[in-house]
Write a protein that binds this ligand. Structure first.
Ligand code: HEC
Length: 296
């Protein structure tokens, strides 16, 4: 109930959730993105606008009763239960990089290289891998509907699990092991993807996120190539999105930005997404992760 009241308050404050996710119509889209904005339109110092300030204020109030906790609790149950065709618990079989069953610090320590899978994996991809390899679930079943959609009665298991794991890295330092050669390769590939321009508008991630002070409508677009910007792209994920009341993961965020870019959707839990996350989270190394959050 508090959430609904707070949400109503946000609307009253003038934070318009509809605007937030409204897509620019294709014909107008390039004009909305300030590729080479004149200095006047691109403030050097990021001044949060009124709506952003109001949203931040009300998010601070909501943080004591963050709805993400509900998903985290479900995730804890799922982590500890014996499940799947092999009737095994993740808690007794899944190594997220900190030892079998250990969740503490796992989220801030990924993406990392996992020798048993011979791949660099972000937390979500690794949990999917464990569900398939250890519990015997079918990858295609998980990938069919991997993200929480509006009007779904609950979030998918994988989202609950990611939220549970992420919560156990709250207030810890981001520590992607970039000195590992395979992680380093993933980082370099991620950097290339971020620069890769294609699609109907010839956008790359960097068109929108490669310099400071850019915004589309009400959204500040973090410059993910800097530590300061990258942490903004990491903080609050997984996050409870008030528009639609859904719990969304970092993988979802990457997918949705491919959509913003008018690229085809990447395959769920694929290298492309892990590489991107290695680049972005790696750039935020050394900064403190604040745990699952709230997004408007
Ligand atoms: C057309 C412009 C555009 C392109 C291209 C684009 N994004 Fe975004 N991105 C946005 C907008 C707008 C938002 C905020 C959307 C929202 O809040 O719903 C956003 C949000 C994000 C966020 C979350 C920021 C936060 O505060 O939590 C991340 C991370 C991100 N984008 C990464 C990427 C990556 C990686 C790519 C390339 C695959 C990319 N974006 C391509 C426009 C773009």
């Amino acid at each position: 109930m508090r959430i609904i009241i707070a949400f109503a308050a946000a609307i009253a404050f003038g934070v318009s959730p509809q605007l937030t996710f409204a897509q620019p119509s294709p014909a107008k889209a390039p004009a909305k993105v300030q590729k080479k904005a004149p200095a006047a339109a691109t403030p050097a110092v990021e001044e949060p606008d009124e709506a952003t300030k109001e949203f931040e204020k009300f998010r601070a109030q909501m943080e004591d009763s963050n709805p993400a906790e509900l998903f985290e609790m479900k995730g804890e149950e799922l982590w500890k239960q014996k499940r799947g065709p092999k009737n095994v618990a993740l808690a007794e079989s899944c190594d997220l990089g900190q030892g079998v069953g250990v969740v503490k610090g796992a989220y801030v320590g990924t993406p990392r290289y996992f020798a048993d899978a011979d791949a660099v994996m972000d937390a979500e991809r690794r949990i999917v891998w464990c569900m398939v390899e250890k519990q015997g679930f079918k990858f295609d079943d998980i990938a069919k509907n991997p993200f929480h959609r509006e009007n779904d009665p609950g979030a998918p298991d994988i989202t609950n699990l990611v939220t549970y794991v992420a919560a156990h890295s709250k207030d810890m330092k981001i520590a992607v092991p970039l000195d590992h050669p395979r992680v380093h390769d993933a980082y370099e590939t991620g950097k290339e993807i971020v620069n890769y321009r294609a699609g109907p508008y010839d956008f790359s991630c960097n068109t929108c996120h490669g310099s400071d002070g850019k915004r589309i409508r009400m959204q500040n677009l973090p410059n993910i190539s800097t530590g300061k910007g990258a942490i903004k792209g990491v903080q609050g994920w997984p996050g409870y999105r008030m528009t639609g009341g859904v719990m969304l993961t970092h993988q979802w965020r990457m997918n949705d930005c491919f959509r913003q870019q008018r690229f085809p959707s990447p395959k769920y839990a694929s290298d492309v997404v892990s590489d991107l996350l290695t680049y972005m989270i790696g750039n935020a190394n050394g900064q403190i992760y604040r745990g699952p959050g709230i997004k408007r």
